[in-house]
Design a protein around this ligand. Structure first.
Ligand SMILES: Cc1cc2nc3c(=O)[nH]c(=O)nc-3n(C[C@H](O)[C@H](O)[C@H](O)COP(=O)(O)OP(=O)(O)OC[C@H]3O[C@@H](n4cnc5c(N)ncnc54)[C@H](O)[C@@H]3O)c2cc1C
Length: 406
């Protein structure tokens, strides 16, 4: 691992800090400090600022509207934005830019890149991810959504589930079975589907926290053009796995900053509630401190590989497993510190359903209990902890493969 940045990189960091100082309001305390409506309004405005500055997709080539920046510059932007508590895009940009856009750049045709990438950045198309089904989550290869070619269109029938931000999206990248007679991983295609049609119905799912961040998506003779396939017909599994690499790996740089900020808030909570001198609470806080430090060093190792030009691959599973398991424990500690108040939470709830609450969030009991509930989902989405352990065992450590039922 080489955690040092050279003089050019530090000069670039100064430039990013100057950009943030110029664009953000003088009293900026992090997106979490804004009330919900003001935060939504800010994100809409901020996304435009980032687009104009080339920071929305800093690593994409300039010809596709990106910043054309080097890996180290991208990392510095991610670090500085996270430290400042500003988002790097809108609610669907993880799907549109990070997942689909990066995959299109690697595997899309020239026509697909020319058509879709600019529309993703302008916000004209907003995307969500249609992988999971009621009977295909961890065992994604068993998916049953059918797509049949009819002239120059695919006709889709079936269902997806747990589609995050699907209610905010107008497009869905979808894994569909296009050859039911082929072995299960070979008859799948990766399709790009416009959701604004009668054949698509989105139904929200209510979560334990009371929010509705994800959805069921039903396809009834839904249509997409025959050439809206990425990576070739029946080659969707390879595309799906490439995209998952982008989903799991890229956060190594920012995750330790976010979890450090969260732990600082928790220490402040322990002080506020008068339990910071309790030896058991202190021991548990110290354990969390050690975990966040290990996360930081592990992140630096991933980062070094990224800066050396490697795409995030199966070792992203280590980071995912580590932060999500840690998050369940640190939020349990928060609930223990709150005591009976956790049963009647008050104040503002978490600004995000994923990972930590946003930077600058009030240290309210509703923020902590909501984050505690959200942390339950962290060990499931983007591949459950058991599946991450299988990936680490088989693909990182080279251990013998788990026996497959078939
Ligand atoms: C908050 C949230 C957001 C999500 N967003 C999206 C989204 O936007 N798009 C999308 O497509 N999906 C999304 N998902 C779905 C997510 O990818 C799946 O929930 C996940 O892959 C697990 O699948 P499953 O729920 O069907 O559980 P199952 O696969 O049925 O697993 C049930 C249990 O069995 C264990 N298990 C399964 N197989 C094995 C094995 N081989 N070895 C050991 N243990 C095993 C699992 O670890 C788990 O504990 C989201 C999920 C959540 C919770």
């Amino acid at each position: 691992m080489d955690p040092s940045y050279d003089a050019d990189a530090e000069a670039y960091r100064d430039k990013v800090q100057a950009f943030l100082a110029e664009k953000l309001p003088p009293d900026w305390a992090g997106i979490g400090a804004l009330p919900r409506d003001a935060a939504d309004e800010f994100v809409g405005w901020w996304r435009g600022v980032l687009h104009e500055a080339g920071y929305l997709a800093p690593g994409w080539p300039v010809e596709y509207g990106g910043g054309g920046l080097s890996p180290v510059e991208q990392v510095i932007i991610a670090e500085e934005f996270t430290r400042a508590g500003v988002p790097t895009g809108g609610p669907n940009d993880t799907f549109g830019i990070q997942m689909l856009g990066n995959t299109l750049l690697l595997m899309g045709t020239d026509e697909q890149k020319a058509h879709y990438l600019a529309r993703i950045l302008s916000g004209e198309d907003t995307w969500c991810q249609g992988y999971s089904e009621p009977n295909a989550g961890s065992d994604l290869g068993s998916l049953g959504l059918r797509a049949q070619l009819d002239g120059d269109q695919w006709v889709l029938n079936g269902q997806k589930i747990w589609t995050s931000a699907g209610h905010l999206a107008d497009h869905i990248f979808t894994l569909a079975r296009t050859d039911p007679d082929a072995p299960k991983h070979k008859g799948i295609s990766f399709l790009l589907v416009d959701m604004r049609q009668p054949g698509i119905e989105v139904r929200p799912i209510r979560m334990i926290s009371g929010e509705s961040e994800f959805n069921e998506v039903f396809y009834t003779d839904a249509l997409c053009a025959s050439d809206d396939v990425i990576g070739g017909v029946n080659n969707g599994w390879a595309v799906a796995m490439t995209l998952l690499g982008f989903e799991r790996g890229e956060a190594a740089a920012t995750m330790p900053i976010r979890f450090r900020g969260e732990l600082d808030r928790l220490v402040a909570l322990a002080r506020e509630r008068g339990v910071a001198d309790d030896p058991v609470i202190r021991q548990r806080l110290a354990w969390c401190h050690a975990k966040v430090e290990v996360m930081r060093y592990s992140g630096l190792r991933t980062l070094t590989r990224f800066l050396q030009g490697h795409h995030p691959g199966p070792d992203g599973a280590i980071s995912k497993l580590y932060w999500s398991e840690y998050h369940r424990i640190v939020t349990e500690l928060a609930v223990d510190i709150l005591g009976a108040e956790a049963l009647v939470p008050s104040g503002r709830g978490p600004a995000s359903a994923f990972q930590t609450d946003a930077a600058g969030a009030p240290n309210s009991s509703a923020s902590w209990t909501g984050t505690f509930l959200n942390a339950r989902a962290g060990t499931i989405y983007a591949g459950s902890s058991q599946i991450q352990r299988n990936i680490i065992g088989e693909m990182v450590l080279g251990l013998p493969k788990e026996p497959r039922p078939q």
